[in-house]
Design a protein around this ligand. Structure first.
Ligand code: F6R
Length: 614
């Protein structure tokens, strides 16, 4: 969480920083700030509670000169969101200014020590402690700024991506990272720094991803130099970005979330392009090819993820167990990492993450790595930390997802997991040729079926309007549609703030049925397949208690239509791909309800897209 930006070059820094912060706002948006180094070596700091737009209004016509600057958009961890706790933070003497993404875990001990040495603090943040620590080391030891930063970073525990400027060294910008991401864009005599590449892409495609425990020293006259925090030189590895600028714009849609829902046919197609060919009858994921034998021989697959990505893992459990006959455990990364799990060398651990930066997922991976497991990543953001720490993996190729609620990231995760299960099932001989071919055909038909489904959006909007004032909602599904019920409920609660629960339909009678009355909307995934009859019975149970039933059904269904208040049809499809198709109307329902309730769908309260703190 938190987005950081920096610029040093010949252009005016202010507009670059503000635009960069807007692009990074999905990472946190409870306060924002910038610091500009002025020609007279004065650092001008502006900070404001609220969004980046509030910051720009606050700055108004103030002096925003300067060709060196840093900026920050915050998701509060230490200290409530307000003007004082907003970044940047400055040293006691005002010369150093710093922005930070991450958590300094031993800040309390350091703060007490610094207070003893005469430091006073304005904010409640861990970040202010770090800038004071650097100041203290610099003054006390008489070392250079870079050396003071290096020593300070050896003293702190936790996660950081920082960018520092100094009024005493106006031609420099210094950055460092550990466990929080930082990218450096290499322009012509200018450098851009950011938490991800989105603020950089319109200026340059050449980037350096800073690695953990590295410090980047950018000097206006001498360019970029990288050292490790143990003080060894590192040669910068410049990579070319594949992202396009248009992918970061709303493209005529009212919200990023809606745009991203509509992008799903394309995103899923991109996800299997070159990896699956139904006509020729093959599926092949290049990124895991070298590990296919090991995966096929795995004792067990452990899937670790958080939130929506965890739901993708739950669907994958059905995929792998059914097609590849390998036992699967799906774990919340945040629980797994703290419970001393049993991990064997022939276990395959798959981390699923849109951002590739989720702190708990990363920590769980590190733990599994230490115990010798094979690590695979299913990640959307190219070059992200998880994609780099895993042994192998597959990108989802969804393209940048800006809306905080995961949509196309989820359905492309399912697409990649389905392909992986098919590839491994084929290799193990646990899937018949007929079924393999059938499922390849079903996968390839997905983009067209989603296009067809999206044509029904107006009707889904009308249905959504009926439930916009609900206070609670229940989502039911069975089999591989049960995780989709969980996902539907999560989507509704996170963007519309309606309390919602997802349940396996048969579990309802063990408790949640008590909640059902005439005010309770119950969304049921009741498509054709093995569980259909049983779902019809579950719908009867809801109806008998006067619950309102909104059912996702297979086109042409008549049984459920008679029972339900509303039915939303999805194109006829094999159960294997139903989780992907059934997700789309649930995304749209959440979206429309949230918009009708006046909620900020792209930036829901208290959330951030990239959860880089545990
Ligand atoms: C919900 C949502 C979150 C993320 C979760 C994991 O819509 O987006 O629940 O799925 O924070 O994030 P990643 O996938 O980046 O690891």
């Amino acid at each position: 969480m938190c987005g950081i930006v920096g610029y040093i070059g010949n252009k005016k820094a202010y507009p670059i920083l503000i635009k960069g912060l807007s692009r990074l706002e999905y990472r946190g948006y409870d306060s924002a700030g910038i610091a500009l180094l002025q020609a007279n070596d004065i650092v001008n700091v502006f900070k404001k509670e609220g969004k980046v737009i509030d910051l720009t209004e606050f700055i108004g016509n103030a002096n925003t000169e300067g060709t060196v600057g840093i900026g920050h958009t915050r998701w509060a961890t230490h200290g409530e969101p307000n003007n004082v706790n907003a970044h940047p933070h400055t040293s006691g003497d005002g010369t150093l200014t710093l922005v930070h993404n991450g958590i300094i875990e031993n800040y309390d001990v350091l703060k007490k020590e610094l207070i003893k040495r005469g430091h006073t603090f304005k904010s409640e943040t861990d970040t202010e402690v770090l800038v004071h620590l650097i100041e203290e080391i610099k003054k006390n030891s008489g070392v250079s700024l870079v050396e003071a930063i290096r020593i300070a970073l050896n003293e702190v525990h936790g996660a950081y991506a920082i960018v520092v400027i100094s009024a005493e060294e106006p031609n420099k910008i210094i950055a460092a990272k550990k466990s929080s991401p930082l990218v450096i864009g290499m322009g012509e005599d200018e450098y851009y720094l950011a938490s991800d590449a989105t603020p950089i892409i319109e200026y340059t495609k050449n980037v350096v991803y800073l690695e953990d425990e590295q410090i980047a020293i950018i000097d206006r006259n001498n360019g970029l130099r990288i050292i490790s925090i143990s003080n060894t030189e590192v040669s910068p590895y410049v990579q070319e970005l594949e992202m396009q600028l248009e992918e970061l714009e709303k493209g005529g849609f009212e919200h990023f979330m809606l745009k991203e829902i509509y992008e799903q046919p394309r995103a899923i197609h991109d996800s299997f392009r070159g990896r699956l060919n139904a006509k020729e009858g093959w599926v092949s994921l290049g990124g895991i090819k070298a590990y296919e034998d090991k995966i096929a021989k795995a004792n067990r697959i452990i899937i670790i993820a958080c939130g929506t990505s965890w739901h993708a893992g739950l669907v994958a459990e059905y995929y792998f167990e059914d097609l590849a006959r390998i036992p699967v455990e799906v774990e919340y990364a945040s629980e797994f990492r703290y419970r001393n799990p049993i991990i064997h060398k022939d276990d395959v651990v798959i981390a699923i993450s849109q951002s590739g930066e989720t702190a708990d997922t990363l920590a769980a991976l590190e733990m599994a790595k230490a115990q010798g497991a094979i690590l695979l990543g299913i990640v959307n953001v190219v070059g992200s930390t998880i994609s780099r720490v895993t042994d192998a993996g597959s990108y989802t190729h969804a393209g940048p997802e800006i809306g905080v609620a995961s949509t196309k990231a989820f359905t492309t995760q399912l697409t990649v997991l389905a392909m992986m299960a098919l590839a491994i099932g084929k290799k193990r001989g646990t899937i018949t040729d007929e079924k393999f071919q059938l499922l390849l055909d079903e996968m390839e038909a997905l983009p067209a079926k989603i296009e067809q489904l999206l044509k029904n959006a107006d009707y889904i909007e009308t249905v959504s309007a009926k439930y916009k004032d609900a206070q609670n909602a229940l989502y039911l599904g069975r089999g591989s549609s049960f995780p989709i019920a969980l996902e539907g409920a999560l989507k509704l609660k996170e963007i519309s703030y309606i309390h919602a629960e997802g349940y396996p339909a048969a579990e309802m009678k063990h408790g949640p049925i008590a909640l059902i009355d005439e005010n309770m909307p119950v969304f049921v995934i009741a498509t054709h397949g093995d569980n259909y009859e049983k779902l019809v019975s579950n719908i009867q149970e809801v109806k008998a208690r006067k619950g309102k039933i909104i059912a996702i059904v297979t086109e042409g269904d008549t049984n459920v239509k008679e029972l339900a208040d509303y039915v939303i049809e999805i194109p006829d499809a094999h159960e294997f791909v139903v989780p992907i198709l059934a997700t789309i109307p649930l995304q749209l329902i959440s979206y429309y309800i949230a918009v009708m309730r006046g909620c900020n769908v792209d930036q829901p309260r208290n959330l951030a897209k990239s959860v880089t703190v545990e």
